[in-house]
Design a protein around this ligand. Sequence first.
Ligand SMILES: [Zn+2]
Length: 339
Amino acid sequence: MIRYHRVILSTFLVICVLCCTGARSLGQAFKWEVVKHKGAEYVTLRSIQSFYYFKSIKYGSKITLESSKVKMEVSKGSQRCRLNGVLFILSHPIIQSGGRYLMSRTDLVKLVDPVMRPTYIKNARPFTTVVVDAGHGGKDPGSRGFFLNEKEYALKMARLVRDKLQAKGYRVVMTRDSDVFISLSNRVRIANKYPGAVFVSIHFNSGNARANGIETFTISPVGVPHMGRGVKARDFNMVPGNIMDSASIALATAVHSRALLYLNDATYGNNFRIEDRGIKRARFNVLTGIRIPAILFEGGFLSNRAEAGKVHSGAYRETLANALVRAIDVYRGSVSRGR
Ligand SMILES: [Zn+2]
């Protein structure tokens, strides 16, 4: 089911919220209602409402905070958070305690704030270089497809994105430009050679025959596990990728929201009816080791015959490449303001 609304998505956060949230930092005069729960810090949804100037907050099975430009929807006990219709998977569920609804401080600092106010991300800088990483290659085919394997679609996509970025004046570094095997540590090494760049890794997914949709991963903040597994002691160690936590989630937001918008709206090519699986947290090597803003994008399921057919079509990849390039432009614009 496709629920996103074109008009809402097209004015997505990364470009629209900046004007209405005022010039204060999270730590300044504003009095946050902070609540300790099982040793972790949470903030009340009411103080999130005040800080970001949400006009209303409605409680029900879904809790909705709304301003003229932003709609945030969360639910008690759930890690799902929709911002202007786009799905984010929170690091911790929303909880209720003492009659108050609470969001973890990690989700406030590492998700809500950088997405709502990318101009406030201290180490996010304008850039001209993009490292484009085609997943897998050579002896590593990635997901097996009905037509081609993941490594082939990833390379086709990477080349398309490269050509379109270059046409806009970006400098592009490809981690691979042929069917060769590149280790994960080498991909990290290549990316870290370009300290002023951003890194976009392109993959296609595999699961059961019915799994479908796109998802975007960014580095798990300190204390947050890899998606779908329990917390391990080492999750509490800072990794190089954490340096760019905030910039990476802002980049992921731009990419994920643009991909959904373009793929599900005929005005950008076709309505491919692509499901939103959300922006998620992971500890993949390319996310933990890279010191520049980095995301890993999964552009559809090759294990699903219908979706594999879409990925196999040139029109789908063309539309998706346009979305990724537009997203990179939008992200650059959002971190360039006022610098
Ligand atoms: Zn892959």
